[in-house]
Design a protein around this ligand. Sequence first.
Ligand code: CAA
Length: 294
Amino acid sequence: MQPVSIIGSGTMGNGIAHVFAQHGYPVTLIDVSPDALQKGLSTISKNMDRQVAKGALTLEKKSDAMSRIRTTTSLAAGVRESALVVEAATEDIQLKLRLFQQLDEACPSDCILASNTSSISITRIAAATQRPQQVIGMHFMNPVPVMKLVEVINGYATDPVVTEKVVSWSRHLGKEPCVVNDYPGFVANRILIPMVNEAIRCLHEGVADVASIDTVMRLGMAHPMGPLQLADFIGLDVCLAILRVLQEGYGQPAYAPCPLLVNMVAAGKLGVKSGEGFYKYNPGSKEALPVSFQ
Ligand code: CAA
């Protein structure tokens, strides 16, 4: 199996490392601090335990998978032998441009550079490198070990041979890849996030309360989570950043973020990660209590 490096050990990065290691790939997980790496490893171990508990993974396979993951804080050392790098760092364009410049210098010349970005242009990221034909989007969904989709995003210059390789890697991870072109929001977030924004508008205009809006979409449309709970799960700052990309990219008023979302992000109510968004969360408990917006 070809070696893979993952940049970023947060929710998405550790999920991506989890699935590659589980499917036999030697994985190098890279982050800026040993603490972040330790936290990422411990999340992978806990998530694999869920699979062990329900019989989807044996303890022996878990231990093999964990032993395939090595960690480092050195980007250059961590990517030296990689066939594929998947970048899952913070959604900050300047950071990603810097990272891709460094990756371009440090990775083998035939290495494919993928970004797990939720909405930053792959073409723009690719332009920071001398190998734009080898840069591609590999957009996993959260929680990565559970969700079947990988949105594979072709930048303006992506070589079809590179796309084929990424499609084949995704299938080998047990995922269903969908190839799309690089336009703002790609497909997943161009459709999902305006729906989330519309749900927030319903709340803002007093059409219904948090629980009712979510129940309509869960029971009426068979969504596993209502759009407000999903917004909390994704992170309200991430939802807002994606809406800004859609607004700037298409220039249509329909993509303007609801003022309530803008206010909540300004107030630090970011959803699950901050303990409160449209629901209140208690660490260690699955319970989510809807907030009243009267
Ligand atoms: N790792 C491994 N397994 C996990 C897991 C994880 N991180 N999280 C959940 N699971 C497993 C559980 O063990 C459980 O397995 P079984 O059913 O086999 O027992 C299963 O997933 C369901 O989990 P729970 O019982 O804990 O909870 P649930 O039934 O409420 O499901 C959920 C949780 C899977 C998150 C479900 O609510 C769901 O599918 N929600 C929607 C998720 C979604 O839409 N994700 C996309 C977000 S958008 C995005 O990611 C892209 C972007 O750019 C913004």
